[in-house]
Design a protein around this ligand. Structure first.
Ligand code: GRF
Length: 213
């Protein structure tokens, strides 16, 4: 685990492993961004807990390595966590990005990759953490919601915040329409900040994330 406050060193070609569980539109945005030679991050592998994740196809089409680490193949949670950490480690990333990865990362994973793992969440944290952030924000009646890119810690969407984007809620929104508009902002935010982190490195001091040295 990277000690709090230490600036994470970066390579010129920041290696990124992306963890997904579903459609992978955030992954697709990262893959699209790296077509630009000037983009500092390179997705070197996509790892999933879900063998049926639609996003695997984005990776295969782009010639990016994929791996499945399904919880059902392991006797318990800790064994799955350890296998996930080992799988990610084999790809030697500088940064791990959870992009629609719908599982909590436990001790064995965070001991190895804590401080270098970020997540994107479709609400303005600390409001509406968890698996139903869009639905919960809508049900609460907020007029503005959005998305948050944050460092992953042991809690549920509780880690230090890197960046946020806002989206206005419309009177006629349902969960699907609001989530679609959030995802437009979310993809751009994720691409921008993964690029910045890969380019400049970062440090975490308490709840403050500083990009660059
Ligand atoms: C994103 O909104 C992510 O924040 C949430 O689920 C969605 C995943 O979208 N956890 P995709 O799989 O990247 O299309």
């Amino acid at each position: 685990m990277t000690p709090t406050g230490e600036t994470v060193p970066t390579r010129a070609d920041g290696r990124v492993v992306v963890l997904i569980s579903g459609a992978g539109s955030n992954l697709a945005a990262l893959v699209q961004a790296q077509r630009d030679e000037g983009y500092a991050a390179r997705v070197v592998a996509v790892v999933t807990d879900n063998p049926a994740a639609g996003g695997l196809e984005h990776a295969r089409k782009a010639g990016i390595a994929t791996a499945v680490v399904a919880p059902s193949d392991f006797s318990d949670r800790a064994a799955w966590d350890a296998a996930l950490a080992a799988t990610v480690t084999a790809f030697h990333p500088d940064l791990v990005v959870c992009a629609g990865f719908m599982r909590i990362l436990g001790g064995p994973f965070l001991e190895r990759w804590g401080g270098r793992t970020i997540n994107t969440h479709p609400a303005l944290l600390p409001s509406f953490p968890g698996a139903h952030g869009v639905r919960d924000a809508l049900a609460y009646g907020v007029r503005v919601t959005g998305c948050t890119v944050h460092v992953v810690d042991a809690g549920v969407d509780t880690g230090p915040i890197i960046a946020q984007g806002t989206v206005e809620v419309r009177d006629d929104d349902d969960e699907a329409s609001l989530h679609e508009r959030i995802k437009v902002v979310e993809r751009a935010l994720l691409v921008e900040w993964v690029g910045r982190l890969a380019h400049a490195g970062w440090s975490v001091s308490g709840r403050l994330v500083r990009v660059g040295r």
